[in-house]
Design a protein around this ligand. Sequence first.
Ligand SMILES: Nc1ncnc2c1ncn2[C@@H]1O[C@H](COP(=O)(O)OP(=O)(O)OP(=O)(O)O)[C@@H](O)[C@H]1O
Ligand SMILES: O=C(O)C1=C[C@@H](O)[C@@H](O)[C@H](O)C1
Ligand SMILES: [Mg+2]
Length: 200
Amino acid sequence: MPFVRAPHPPTGPGPLLVLVGPPGAGKSTVASALGVRCGLAVRDTDSDVERRAGKPISAIFVDDGEPAFRALERAAVADALAEHDGVLALGGGAVLDATTQELLAGYRDAGGTVVFLDVSLAHAAPRVGFNQSRPLLLGNPRAQWQALMDARRPVYEAVASMRVSTDGLRPAAVAELIHDQLTVAPEQRASSPTNRRPGE
Ligand SMILES: Nc1ncnc2c1ncn2[C@@H]1O[C@H](COP(=O)(O)OP(=O)(O)OP(=O)(O)O)[C@@H](O)[C@H]1O
Ligand SMILES: O=C(O)C1=C[C@@H](O)[C@@H](O)[C@H](O)C1
Ligand SMILES: [Mg+2]
């Protein structure tokens, strides 16, 4: 079934859907699953940053530092929000940036959908694997992940228009949930548990 498209942001085509959440929430994987399921183009700001920098994110952190990475990420998110019209997965920490928060608020005000993929430590841990590719989780990865999530949860909730708990769900099931949510009539959507604004 095709998506019922939300109104476009007035300044450009804009993504159909933006995915946010912590490392291991499944943003990249679910974006791909949604792309396949719905025949939509998929873009991932982590990949955009790596392509532009010509090296992996872990190397950007080591060579240039986190502030340099965040600046590249801010630019990548702004470009993707303006140019991309499919599914957009953001890096886990992209929403911490004030400019990105403003852009996402404008995107949502214009009818865009921001989905917070929620996950608990118990389910994120086996997914993330805590290898070298996630520089913010070096040291004690479980403690780092939980501290990061505790600090960021209010931000993920503030920027999102929909929260989906992914614990115990395969990526295809998460994609199906989101798809179903966006293809039901708006009046039905209002009472659905997945479409309450976080905290409601
Ligand atoms: N719902 C899920 N159930 C089981 N495994 C999953 C699920 N979602 C993603 N995974 C697996 O977890 C790993 C991390 O997923 P993914 O890279 O999509 O996370 P992410 O949210 O994009 O993280 P990051 O913020 O680091 O980019 C991948 O190996 C993926 O296959
Ligand atoms: O949560 C984060 O801050 C990050 C998540 C990844 O997607 C990458 O953007 C990078 O490793 C930082
Ligand atoms: Mg990702």
